[in-house]
Design a protein around this ligand. Structure first.
Ligand SMILES: Nc1nc2c(ncn2[C@@H]2O[C@H](COP(=O)(O)OP(=O)(O)O)[C@@H](O)[C@H]2O)c(=O)[nH]1
Ligand SMILES: [Mg+2]
Length: 356
C-alpha cells in the first residue's frame, strides 16, 4: 500500500507508526521507503490462547512511504512508475492545524486536498491512456486486430470517465476490460483509503471518519474507505509501555489505538482475507484474496503441500471456539473435509493433508 499525500500531511509519521520503524533522521530523503506492518487479529490472539504455540505469526501488509508531495510525484516519470506498482493507496489528508507546520496549500481543507490529489492522479492516468491510444491507432491502421480493438474500446471508456473527472475505481468494467486495464496500473483504479490526520483536540472523536465520509460523499464510492487517526497522539502512544498506553488513551477518551483500525481497513480494502493454521509450534494467519481455493491456500504455505494436496480439513473460527478443541469440533462434525476447489472463507482454520 502506497502512502501518499501533500507535503507535511503526516505521511512519514503514519508510516513509522504502522511499521514501527525508527524515525528517519535524514529528513527530506528523496527515495521511497518500504516497511511491513502486522495485521492485528483478535481471532489469532484467541487461537494462540487455545494452542499455546511457541510462535504466533500475524498477517502482514507492506507499506511504502513516498517523499514530498504526491502532486510532484505523479508528474515525475520514474517515481510515478515506482508508485504504480502498489496495490492500493493510502492518502493521508491533513485535518490538523499547526502554525509550526505550514500547509502546502495554505490552510487545511481536507475536501479540497482530496479533490486536488485525485485530479492529479487522473491526469497522470490520462497521459498514459493518450500515449497508448496513439500507438494503438497507428497499429490498427496497418492491420486489423480484434484484441487491440478491444483494448482501444476499454481505454476509450476509461478516457471518457477521466475527462468527466471520474476516477476509474468508480466504474464498472467487464472482467475482460478489467484484465486489459490492469496492466496499465492506473492510479485512479487503485483502491483508496483516505486517512484523515486529525488534530490532537479531535483525537477522541471516534466518529470523525464516518462523519467526514458522509459529508464528503465518500461513503457510496467503490473501492474507497475512510479512516481517521491523530498522527501526533499515535506517535507518542507508540513510545509508551502497555500500562502507560492505556492511561494515555483514556486521557483522550479512547479504548484502543486508531492504528489497529487503520491497518484492518487497509487489509479489507485490499480484498484480503485470512485463514489460520494452528498447532503447538505455531499459530499463524495467512493471506488470500477472496475467491481463492483450498489448493491456492496450500500453495501459500508451501509448494510441496500444494503438489501433494490430498484434502483440507476446515473448521470455521466460531465453531472451533464453541467446540474448544479440534477433536471436539471433529466429534461435532463442524470440522469438514474439503477438496482442491473449495473456496476458503475468511477466518477458517485449515489443516492440509498432503503426501510427500
Ligand atoms: N500537530 C500535529 N502535527 C503533526 C501530526 N502529524 C504529523 N505532524 C507533524 O507534521 C510534520 C510533518 O509530518 P510528516 O509525517 O513528516 O509529513 P510528510 O511530509 O507528509 O511525510 C511533522 O513535524 C510532524 O510532527 C498531527 O496529527 N498533529
Ligand atoms: Mg515524509
Amino acid at each position: 500500500m502506497g502512502i501518499v499525500g501533500l507535503r507535511q500531511a503526516g505521511k512519514t509519521t503514519l508510516f513509522e507508526i504502522v511499521t514501527r520503524l525508527p524515525a528517519d533522521l535524514s529528513s527530506g530523503r528523496a527515495e521511497m521507503r518500504v516497511g511491513v506492518a502486522q495485521v492485528p487479529d483478535t481471532r489469532l490472539d484467541r487461537l494462540a490462547e487455545m494452542f499455546h504455540p511457541l510462535k504466533t505469526v500475524y498477517a502482514s501488509i507492506e507499506y511504502v512511504d513516498t517523499p514530498g508531495s504526491v502532486i510532484a510525484l505523479a508528474r515525475s516519470g520514474s517515481q510515478a512508475a515506482a508508485l504504480r506498482e502498489v496495490d492500493a493507496l493510502a492518502h493521508v489528508v491533513r485535518a490538523f492545524h499547526d502554525p509550526a507546520v505550514p500547509h502546502e496549500a495554505g490552510a487545511e481543507d481536507p475536501r479540497r486536498d482530496i479533490e486536488n490529489v485525485e485530479l492529479e492522479l487522473m491526469l497522470s492516468d490520462l497521459a498514459v491512456i493518450e500515449k497508448r491510444l496513439e500507438r494503438l491507432d497507428k497499429d490498427l491502421k496497418k492491420q486489423k486486430n480484434p484484441m487491440l480493438e478491444k483494448e482501444r474500446a476499454a481505454l476509450e471508456k476509461a478516457r471518457h470517465a477521466l475527462e468527466q473527472q471520474q476516477p476509474l475505481r468508480e466504474l464498472e468494467f467487464s472482467e475482460e476490460d478489467e484484465r486489459l486495464l490492469r496492466g496499465f496500473t492506473f492510479f485512479s483504479l487503485k483502491p483508496m483509503l483516505y486517512v484523515l490526520n486529525l488534530a490532537e483536540t479531535d483525537a477522541g472523536r471516534t466518529e470523525a471518519a464516518e462523519d467526514f465520509a458522509r459529508q464528503a460523499g465518500l461513503r457510496e464510492r467503490n473501492r474507497t474507505a475512510v479512516t481517521a487517526i491523530c498522527g501526533k497522539v499515535e506517535a507518542e502512544l507508540a513510545e509508551l509501555k502497555d500500562e502507560e498506553a492505556v492511561e494515555f488513551l483514556a486521557s483522550y477518551g479512547l479504548k484502543e489505538s486508531a492504528v489497529t483500525r487503520l491497518i484492518r481497513a487497509s487489509y479489507r480494502l485490499l480484498g484480503m482475507i485470512s485463514f489460520f493454521t494452528v498447532g503447538e509450534d505455531e499459530c499463524r494467519a495467512w493471506t488470500l484474496r477472496e475467491g481463492q481455493t483450498a489448493l491456492e491456500a496450500a500453495g501459500e504455505i508451501h509448494s510441496d503441500i500444494q503438489k501433494g494436496f490430498i484434502r483440507a480439513e476446515v473448521v470455521r473460527y466460531d465453531d472451533l471456539i464453541a467446540a474448544g478443541s479440534l477433536a471436539e469440533a471433529r466429534h461435532r462434525g463442524t470440522l469438514r473435509l474439503e477438496g482442491k476447489d473449495y473456496l476458503v472463507r475468511d477466518g477458517e482454520i485449515v489443516h492440509f493433508r498432503h503426501s510427500g
